[in-house]
Design a protein around this ligand. Structure first.
Ligand code: ADP
Length: 304
């Protein structure tokens, strides 16, 4: 359903918010996106809802090439998503019921359908008896549930929430989690950005962990279980190259000799004496090549 392929996002001033992000999501999945502040989670979400475009890489939602959606088709795309932002954003001048009515009205629904759907959504989040209250009269947990109800108005294929339990006590947080589970059971794919260990560990579902703009772990389980994500073909190729050629620019036979002697970094190469080189059975040619390599390296160091 969703694919991030080699996605990077750089901002002015050389800030790398996302650095080669690769992951995919199947329809119907429930997953958490976790990681410390500044890891790039919000940026990833903003790319997904096309508030931003990546610097490189591609993002596909089903067969839609997200960064290249023409502006006039953006509203149609966004109607396929249900998004709850960190700061909730319920309209303060409208009651909870009116907030949801309004979202349905924008979608062009008829009055009868608006009423029925609003009732259904209020029921889903357990707020039927609070429908006539204004946002400031609702508790934090109720506001959050109200925002979720409103985000569900368009019956989204993908539901995304940024820290939906962020400011809630455990009871309220678990109530919200139950609603998210319900949404997922109904077939909607759910992506939750969260810092909430209690919630993540309760679900035992997929956890994608980001750090410094990279996905550093992708596994099913607890918040703190780290499992290196599956390597892409590109990563594997690079690893193989690295393995075969520790010292880039040196021939494979020289690399093989160095590897056999467990000489694994430049510091060790620099410390090799003539006797060492003799003991390692380098040919004259190989010795010359290695000396040239060391000279180049030292010159480059001086320049840097
Ligand atoms: P998270 O949501 O995980 O806390 P963000 O996606 O908000 O992380 O931020 C990732 C990095 O990108 C941070 O270093 C942040 O300062 C930077 N960043 C985010 N948005 C912008 C922007 N509009 N301009 C410049 N830098 C940004």
């Amino acid at each position: 359903m969703l694919l991030f392929d080699k996605v990077s996002k750089k901002y002015d001033g050389d800030i790398t918010a996302l650095d080669n992000i690769n992951f995919s999501v199947e329809q119907g999945e429930f997953f958490f996106l976790v990681g410390p502040s500044g890891a790039g989670k919000t940026t990833l979400m903003r790319l997904l809802i096309r508030e931003e475009v990546p610097t490189s890489g591609s993002i596909f939602f089903k067969d839609i090439d997200v960064p290249n959606i023409p502006n006039k088709l953006l509203p149609t795309y966004r109607q396929r998503l249900g998004v709850v932002f960190q700061d909730i954003k319920l309209l303060s001048s409208k009651t909870l019921e009116e907030n949801i009515n309004f979202a349905l009205d924008i979608l062009g629904k008829e009055d009868k359908e608006i009423k029925e759907t609003t009732d259904y959504l209020l029921e889903t989040v357990g707020l039927q008896d609070r429908k006539n209250l204004f946002p400031h009269q609702l508790s934090g947990g109720e506001q959050q549930r109200g925002a979720i109800a409103r985000a569900l108005a368009n019956n989204p294929e993908l539901f995304i929430a940024d820290e939906p339990t962020g400011n809630l006590d455990p009871d309220n947080a678990f109530q919200v989690l139950d609603i998210l589970k319900k949404i997922n059971k109904g077939g909607t794919t759910v992506m939750i950005i969260s810092h909430d260990r209690g919630i993540v560990n309760e679900m035992k579902t997929r956890v994608v962990r980001m750090e410094k703009g990279k996905v550093i772990s992708d596994n099913h389980g607890d918040y703190d279980t780290i499992k290196t994500p599956k390597k892409t073909e590109d990563d594997k190729k690079k690893d193989e190259e690295k393995k075969n050629q520790k010292f880039k620019g040196l021939s494979k036979d020289i690399n093989d000799i160095l590897e056999k002697a467990k000489i694994s970094d430049m510091e060790m190469v620099l410390n090799l004496t003539d006797t060492d080189l003799g003991n390692l059975n380098f040919s004259h040619e190989q010795k010359d090549d290695l000396e040239k390599y060391v000279k180049n390296y030292l010159n480059k160091e001086k320049h840097d």
